[in-house]
Design a protein around this ligand. Structure first.
Ligand SMILES: Cc1ncc(COP(=O)(O)O)c(C=O)c1O
Length: 443
């Protein structure tokens, strides 16, 4: 006899007699605390239930009257899953394709050891949008920078001629490349590292946006350095934009020292910053690029490394792989995620709406110059930073924004990031701006 009984759909989904539609926010939290690992600290007292439109979530909150298990309210999604939903929640182009492929086309699930017809489509679309020679599909975002590190090391030994096991990968301080052992070895965030050592050797850290530090390291150890892996704009660090000439100078230095220039565009890619890929804002082209998040249109986890063929050609059968990397449903989702990006002119929309949002930041800053230090961003990857003073607390701002019907979250104590869907309307942007004003005024 099995000890599990599952029935129903949606709110009627019932697990061993407990119906999901009957659970209030406190009960969700209790189940997560009891049965889940505590690797996140989600916003208190709110549970997302469904989607109203491309930028609006339906959420459950405690009933102020205390009668019902919860009430439902609309919430403008100001983060869109940390840029995984650039194309908007349930983007029609992608959803229609997925449904057609599951129900009409009857898409199979097969491993990479047998060819499927959608892989060719994925590779053609992904090489075209990235303007890169070759693609290697993976699943989670973190797997893409991880694979860039592996590719760089192998290229370093086989092509550059670095002595065995001596390769160095350079990363930038305050980076975020995910949570794998390579990513946390490369991290400078003590919370991400504590208790997880020993870390991978062969990683050197330089300050972000500091060409001299990179050049000094290249001068000292250049013949052992395989790659510099860096985000074009540091997202998790609080939307930190480098000087306009940083990337062109880094790209030039990498060429001079025969070091691979590898960009982690997992968060900045797919239109987010006002260009299809953030490196295009700086007029450079990386040797390798990591993509994830919106590569799956918010529907499926899809990631990949795109890059120069002579670098990607160091891979040989068996040296790398992933059961679900580029499996048929992921390949189809990725193709239509690209189609939505292109057909809906999402990069251009990000640029226009980003300017509008930054206009709001600037008027709130001008009104409260003692509270707001600056607003910044590229396209719709934006943040505002408050002064580090008592009472100016990013988490408190997130909770107050929630009361105003906006979901956004602090990154670090004084910075609040907004990265809504690129399909957001001007009314949505103005709602964010007006709510921000109200919240900052009340602080
Ligand atoms: C630049 C960058 N790289 C990698 C990752 C990791 O992606 P995932 O959480 O999907 O593994 C993230 C996630 O925020 C990111 O911003």
């Amino acid at each position: 006899m099995s000890n599990i009984n599952i029935s129903g759909y949606g709110d009627d989904l019932t697990i061993n007699g407990i119906r999901i539609g009957d659970l209030g926010p406190a009960e969700h939290e209790a189940i997560e605390l009891e049965k889940g690992g505590q690797n996140y600290a989600p916003l208190e007292n709110v549970v997302v239930s469904s989607v109203l439109d491309s930028s609006t979530l339906i959420c459950r909150k405690p009933d102020p009257e205390g009668i019902k298990a919860y009430i439902e309210e609309e919430l403008l999604d100001g983060l869109c899953c940390y840029s995984a939903v650039n194309q908007g929640q349930l983007n029609k182009t992608i959803v229609d394709a997925v449904i057609a492929h599951l129900q009409t086309e009857k898409i199979p699930t097969v491993p990479r050891s047998i060819r499927h017809k959608y892989m060719a489509a994925f590779l053609m679309a992904a090489t075209a949008i990235t303007k890169m020679d070759k693609i290697v599909p993976k699943v989670a975002g973190v797997e893409a920078p991880e694979l860039m590190a592996k590719l760089s090391r192998r290229w370093g030994y086989q092509v550059k001629g670095i002595p065995a096991d001596q390769a160095i990968i350079v990363v930038a301080a305050e980076n975020f490349h995910g949570r794998s052992l390579f990513a946390v070895s490369a991290s400078t965030d003590p919370t991400a590292k504590e208790g997880f050592g020993p870390f991978l050797p062969g990683i050197e850290v330089v300050p972000f946006n500091n060409v001299d530090a990179l050049e000094n390291l290249f001068k000292e150890k250049g013949d052992r350095i395989a790659a510099y892996i860096v985000e074009p704009i540091q997202g998790e660090a609080g939307v930190i934009l480098p000087a306009a000439d940083y990337h062109p100078r880094v790209a030039q230095l990498c060429r001079e020292y025969n070091v691979l220039y590898c960009l982690d565009e997992v968060q900045t890619g797919f239109g987010r910053t006002g260009a299809n890929f953030a490196h295009q804002l700086y007029g450079v082209k990386p040797d390798l690029m990591a993509c994830g998040k919106a590569a799956g249109g918010g529907i499926m986890p899809v990631s990949f490394v795109a890059g120069r063929k002579d670098v990607i050609n160091v891979l040989t059968p068996g040296s790398e792989g992933s059961t679900f990397g580029g499996f048929p449903l992921a390949a189809v989702t990725a193709v239509y995620a690209i189609k939505a990006l292109v057909d809906e002119h999402l990069a251009e929309k990000a640029r226009i709406m980003g300017e509008r949002l930054q206009g709001h930041f600037e008027s709130v800053r001008a009104e409260f110059p003692d509270k707001i230090k600056e607003g910044r961003g590229a396209g719709l990857l934006t943040a505002f930073e408050m002064f580090d003073k008592p009472g100016l607390d990013g988490h408190k701002v997130s909770l107050k924004l929630l009361e105003n019907g906006i979901y956004a979250k602090e990154t670090h104590k004084t910075t609040v990031r907004f990265a809504p869907a690129l399909t957001i309307t001007t009314a949505g942007i103005d709602h964010i701006g007006e709510s921000m004003r109200k919240v900052i005024q009340a602080l």
